[in-house]
Design a binder for this molecule. Structure first.
Ligand code: SF4
Ligand code: SF4
Length: 376
């Protein structure tokens, strides 16, 4: 079969299996990306979650023998929940970012890529194929940009004209010499809305992010959240969408093509107080299927405590005292101490004083002091 026809067949098949956009690029080294990653590393702007080997990130030939092309895929996800939670007075809820609504997208995209691999294997037996989604070596965004899926926005997302930036990305390196598509023109122009909307200034300039001050990254860490970011996190318990919701291209973009990506509102926007009491098993049962659960219960619990402090929810004081007195994790105990101080009141004060006498962890003691400082 000639490669041009195969490409057309791949495009047609991709629509059948729930891929919303597909693009093709060469397997050449991503030179610009490599230079950008080196700069990011020098500035300590990386998250630490990414593949540490920059050469591997930028060089497809290190990942597959004699690669000839990369197929980039995009799957659109909703920006609004179909079933919204009914807000009752006094009920405080946290929010997962949109990329953590519905079934973990890694499963969804890996499933699509597996089907595509099977398709290609029947059409071209012996073809070498290697797929990845997010956690692979390649940069999904750099591949998608070069394959013409969208342009790289100042908010560091790939922006498609059709679905905005609400797309999940994945790719497949292949030994098949598909004709590459043309990259898209940058359409951000003079707009700076995403930079203006970022609560922490993490977008240091258009297209450059300091992950260390990005709320999306911070909500995934397992340590204490640095003081200067706690008030800015608000009720985000996983991820942050502010630089996407601010983007004018995303306005009105809300696609519900895939049932498995629909949010269960009680999971995507859960009540905060019950999160403090979840066992690991209960957490897995309720949240285990979403991508935001990948770091386990503790970061979500810590973020829920910060969100309760943000709301100054006095009804949460007994639960926070319970965390301060009984939780095994120092990060949870310490964050609860800070939250109690921020919410304030006599009960919180008494609990902080009591904990100050018994607490043996130095970091937690430090947080207790911070909590008590709210009273001075
Ligand atoms: Fe800023 Fe949030 Fe975007 Fe991170 S995800 S760059 S914190 S707006
Ligand atoms: Fe580009 Fe404006 Fe969207 Fe930022 S908000 S990504 S500058 S179009």
């Amino acid at each position: 079969m000639d490669i041009k026809t195969l490409k057309e067949e791949v495009i047609a098949y991709s629509k059948e299996i729930g891929i919303d956009k597909i693009g093709f690029t060469t397997a050449d080294t991503f030179t610009e990306l490599k230079n950008r990653l080196i700069r990011q590393q020098e500035l300590s702007y990386q998250s630490g979650f990414e593949e540490p080997d920059i050469e591997k990130r930028a060089t497809p030939s290190l990942l597959l023998e004699e690669p000839r092309s990369i197929i980039s895929i995009a799957v659109a996800y909703p920006s609004k929940m179909k079933n919204r939670v009914e807000s009752k007075q006094g009920e405080r809820r946290g929010i997962f970012s949109r990329a953590s609504w519905g079934l973990d997208y890694h499963h969804v995209l890996n499933d699509r890529l597996k089907k595509l691999e099977e398709f290609l294997a029947t059409k071209m037996p012996g073809a070498r194929l290697k797929s990845m989604v997010d956690t692979g070596e390649l940069s999904d965004r750099a591949v998608a940009e070069r394959a013409g899926i969208g342009w790289s926005g100042k908010n560091c997302s790939i922006i498609t004209p059709e679905f905005g930036s609400y797309v999940y990305l994945g790719e497949m390196i292949t030994s098949i010499p598909f004709e590459p598509d043309t990259p898209m023109e940058d359409q951000c122009g003079s707009c700076t809305k995403c930079l203006d909307a970022c609560p922490t200034g993490a977008l240091v300039q258009g297209g450059q992010i300091n992950a260390q001050s990005c709320i999306s990254f911070l909500t995934q860490t397992k340590t204490f959240i640095p003081d200067e970011f706690r008030d800015k996190i608000g009720n985000r318990i996983y991820g942050c969408d502010s630089c996407q919701t601010a983007c004018p291209v995303n306005k009105g973009k809300n696609f519900h093509f895939h049932d498995e990506l629909e949010a269960q509102s009680e999971v995507a926007k859960p009540l905060l107080k019950p999160i403090l009491k979840l066992s690991n098993r209960e957490f897995k049962t309720k949240f285990g299927y979403v991508s935001g659960a990948w770091r386990g219960k503790k970061p979500i619990q810590r973020n829920a405590i910060i969100a309760l402090a943000h709301f100054k929810d006095e009804t949460a004081i007994p639960d926070l005292v319970d965390v301060l007195e009984n939780e095994a994790s120092p990060v949870s105990r310490g964050t609860a101490a800070w939250a109690l101080g921020k919410i304030g009141g006599e009960t919180a004060f008494a609990a902080l004083k009591k904990a100050q006498e018994h607490e043996i962890d130095l970091e937690v003691q430090n947080e207790i002091e911070k909590g008590l400082r709210f009273y001075s």
